[in-house]
Design a protein around this ligand. Sequence first.
Ligand code: SF4
Length: 396
Amino acid sequence: MHNYVTYSLSLSDDNSEQYYSRIRIFTDEVLAKANESLLKPVVDFTDFLKKYNLEEIRSNDEYILELISFGLLWNNYGRTALNINSAPFLTLSRMAEWRKRHLKLKSSIDLMRGLLISLFLFPSKTSNEVKIYPDIRDIDKLCLFLEATGEFKEQALRFIRWRAYWETITKEEWTEGCKSVFDFVDWFADRSTEMLGEFTSKVDEFIINSARRYKWREDRVQCGRKRDEYHLNMVGAEIMNRAFRDDFLKTESKAVLVPGCMRSNIELCKAVKMHEGLKCIGCDKNCSVNNLRKIGKDYNYEVYIIPHASDLSLWAPKPGKPVRGVIAIACVTNLVEGGWELKRYDACAQCVLLDYSGCKKHWHKNGVPTNINLHEFHRILNGKPAKKQVNEFANN
Ligand code: SF4
């Protein structure tokens, strides 16, 4: 097993197949339990959405994921959000959008955002008051905070809709609903550690040891994600793949979006700049991106290398053109946010997790090329395991 930074899907057998089997079993367990205790708020919420025609109704599992995310993010960030007296929330949120659209300005924007995030979003003095359940106004503060971090914009957009529904219910219903959600989240934190803790065993240590290093950095929230957030993203990725599967399978052509850290050598990479992202030209036969590109010739997909936090609206279906399916590859901390964003643009998407994170910019001191499980990639692509010749290229 290699020396990973925070998480690794490959355990001692150097193969992440065990992870994929475990995550499917655990996701079934989470959804079965959530269907016992969270179905009522989900059904009431979807009735509200239908009544006011607020959105096309999605699957119950997606709303369950939103509700668990709300409880877990409140537990992890609610107190911080309530302790902020004033902050340039709007400016920070806008800057998070600008950095996606103006890549040339990204490093300057990141520098400024890093300073503002630390100065305003993480006040050094916090009150000791711990609220067990939030009230409606607290949700506004949480959403402002989440959006300003740049890491949770999609979740915040969804919580604002839930908040509109919660405003219509009685105090007793609100307290009862909170109890169901926060009891569930407590169960999830314990049970997910039992089921997935082996794969995230270095997260806590990393957060403690790197707190000073990240203090003024734009990625302090992304790299400081708690262990239960990793677990939620793992389950979330599985729930999303199931929910979006049918639409994805109907698409004729596909695009595979890979992060730059999968390249064998970022400095020597000869990929060519295109409108959609960088396109691999196959300069290194040992490069994992090149391997995916070669497989794509047989399976009718294109590979694009895109930077972290790219503008994903590019992948929205275009009127009059065939809908293209998207497989997004990303590390655990980014997957769910990207998945919700693609969903907001009506993209037909699936995702595959990087087996570990290793980019120099965010995670690893020297940077290590990252990789995926090719068996899982093939199951996502066409429902079948990888062929023999493909296995030969796999590092896992
Ligand atoms: S093989 Fe492709 S992605 Fe890999 S380094 Fe060369 S051009 Fe870049």
